[in-house]
Design a protein around this ligand. Structure first.
Ligand code: ADP
Length: 564
């Protein structure tokens, strides 16, 4: 800015000086010419006044002074006499000279012209003088001329002085402009430094020193804005430090990425987990971890904008990753929780559950056999009654243990060996197994529709059996149970519904938990173990089927399985 200011000003000042001198020279020359012209007119008129045809012409013209030249021209243009020692006879005819023509027309005028005769620029003026030539009226032209060269010589001689003055003034203005440019730009340099100090986070609010009033006002404004900005920056960085502190002190790993998958924010826990440096911020997520499922899971969420939960294994630890697109931003957040402990303890629990069930099954089966033998060999009615009670409870326990074993088996099932099963055949099989209770309760059972499902036979049987058994169990005498198989644009579905007692709204979210019963006594009375719907849920999870339930107390229940 300083350079430009300086350059432009110097160009303007120099041009101004040149124009000033040029115009001055022009005006001076013009003024001189005007004076010279007036002088020529005056000389010509004076000479014309003195003209006397009686006197010899040579006397008349030789009476001139200085550079003035007088010429007498006859009406036909012949030069009669000239004050310069020239041969008038050889001189050109002057009739067409403009000053002679003007005089002839009665409108005398000065003319500046190069004289071929004298070889210089002259100002000419001619006057028509009436005379009597041999008694006859005639006339002559008296012409005066002076050289223009005097002014040009004068101006040329003063040119070196003018150039010196021009140079002097230029140098003077150069020094002055330089100082002025320094003075004008100095406050701007200080302002620039102030703004830089603001961006560095430590605003320098010292006054900028001697300056101009207008610039002072600008700096004052900048100071005020900077103060507000500084306060905002302080607040933001304060908030950011707090946020970073909190983020760094939570056990869960947390990081966010932008829409390109570049890391925007990351906490210590993630850095520690993946042994990554802090300067990973701004880099692609691929630099964080070589785990394909993590990078792909996060990228999928960025593209689909759908949340996702998945597990990854890092250094022998199971990390549960929850990825979520943050609403109204282009940021995606991932939270990593170490679930290794949880998984191990639930694995231990499940192992214990499976082992205990297995260990209990053998003695209970033995008890059941002994009871049956006792009833056969014993004639005492009273004892047989007690033994019957023991047998009932033993059977119930065996059912319970059977369900527990099925559940633990499902817990451990990592792979399945499915085959294509025709669903109506399963419905019919189940219907036959519960026909005794259907008949006993006079329940109307309807089954319709058909589709093929890819599943292990024992799993689909267990699922349908639990749903239909529940529907029959919790429907009053004379009620209705339907098992509809849907195979349309909504996909393959099994809908088991009844018009039974229904499930209260507050229990609906919990009935798939192990041993959860709406009413314990009612369930036990109906021969339930409290594990039926848990088994159904586990099978659905195993095959990735969608399970949903609709129920209203006193109206009925509908369970829908959507096969994937
Ligand atoms: P249970 O062996 O006790 O039936 P489930 O896991 O099969 O255990 O069912 C859990 C609870 O859900 C039951 O105790 C029962 O109260 C309720 N329930 C299940 N199905 C139905 C249904 N069709 N109608 C009403 N209640 C039901």
């Amino acid at each position: 800015m300083k350079k430009q200011l300086f350059l432009y000003t110097i160009i303007i000042v120099f041009t101004g000086l040149v124009v000033f001198f040029g115009v001055s020279i022009y005006i001076t020359r013009n003024n001189y010419l005007k004076i010279a012209k007036d002088e020529v007119i005056e000389i010509a008129q004076v000479y014309a006044g003195f003209y006397d045809e009686e006197k010899p012409l040579s006397d008349f013209v030789h009476n001139t002074t200085g550079q003035t030249r007088i010429t007498v021209v006859a009406p036909d243009g012949t030069v009669l006499a000239d004050s310069r020692p020239l041969d008038t006879e050889t001189m050109e005819n002057h009739i067409y000279r403009p000053e002679i023509q003007n005089a002839l027309k009665g409108t005398p005028q000065t003319h500046v012209r190069f004289s071929d005769t004298l070889g210089i620029d002259l100002i000419y003026y001619a006057v028509k003088v009436d005379i009597f030539d041999g008694g006859e009226e005639s006339y002559v032209f008296v012409r005066a001329s002076v050289p223009v060269g005097q002014i040009d010589e004068y101006l040329t001689s003063s040119l070196p002085l003018l150039i010196i003055i021009l140079i002097f003034l230029s140098v003077l203005s150069f020094i002055f402009i330089k100082q002025m440019a320094n003075r004008i730009t100095k406050p701007f340099n200080s302002i620039e430094q102030k703004l830089r100090s603001l961006s560095d986070g430590a605003y320098d609010d010292e006054p900028i020193g001697e300056s101009y009033e207008e610039i002072d006002r600008i700096t004052q404004g900048i100071d005020e804005i900077a103060l507000i900005l500084q306060n905002s920056i302080d607040t933001i960085s304060d908030e950011r430090s707090k946020l970073n502190y909190i983020l760094d002190n939570i056990d869960e790993g947390l990081f966010t990425v932008d829409k390109n998958g570049n890391i925007v924010l990351i906490n210590k826990s993630v850095l520690k987990t993946f042994n990554a440096p802090r300067d990973i911020i701004g880099k692609d997520i691929i630099y964080l971890s070589g785990d394909k499922s993590l990078t792909e899971g996060v990228r999928d969420c960025i593209i689909s904008e759908k949340s996702a939960v998945f597990e990854i294994i890092n250094n022998g630890k199971i990390l549960l990753v929850t990825v979520k697109r943050l609403p109204d931003t282009d940021l995606t957040m991932a939270v990593l929780s170490d679930v290794t402990e949880n998984r191990e303890s639930s694995k231990r629990r499940e192992e214990f559950f499976a082992n205990a069930s297995h260990e209990l099954k053998t003695p209970l089966t033995a008890i059941k056999c002994f009871n049956e033998l006792t009833v056969i060999n014993n004639k005492d009615e009273k004892i047989n009654k007690y033994v019957d009670g023991i047998t009932r409870e033993t059977e119930r326990m065996l059912l319970l243990i059977g369900d527990m074993l099925k559940l633990s088996e499902l817990d451990y099932s990592k792979s399945v060996a499915p085959s294509t099963i025709w669903l109506p055949s399963v419905n019919n099989e189940v219907r036959d197994s519960v026909s005794a209770i259907i008949d006993e309760k006079s329940i109307v059972f309807e089954s319709c529709g058909d589709c093929m499902v890819t599943v292990e036979q024992r799993h689909i049987y267990e699922l349908v059996k639990n749903l239909i058994e529940n529907a029959v169990r919790y429907t009053n005498n004379g009620g209705k149970v339907t098992a509809v198989i849907g195979n349309d644009k909504k996909g393959k579905r099994l809908i088991v519904s009844d018009n039974g007692i229904g499930i209260p709204a507050e229990d609906q979210s919990r009935i798939f938990e192990r041993f959860y019963r709406v009413e314990k006594s009612r369930s036990e009375q109906n021969g339930g173990t409290g594990l039926g719907l848990s088994i159904v849920k586990h099978i659905c999870v195993l095959y990735d089927w969608k399970l949903s339930l609709k129920s209203k107390v006193g109206v009925g229940t509908e369970v829908i399985i959507k096969f994937s």
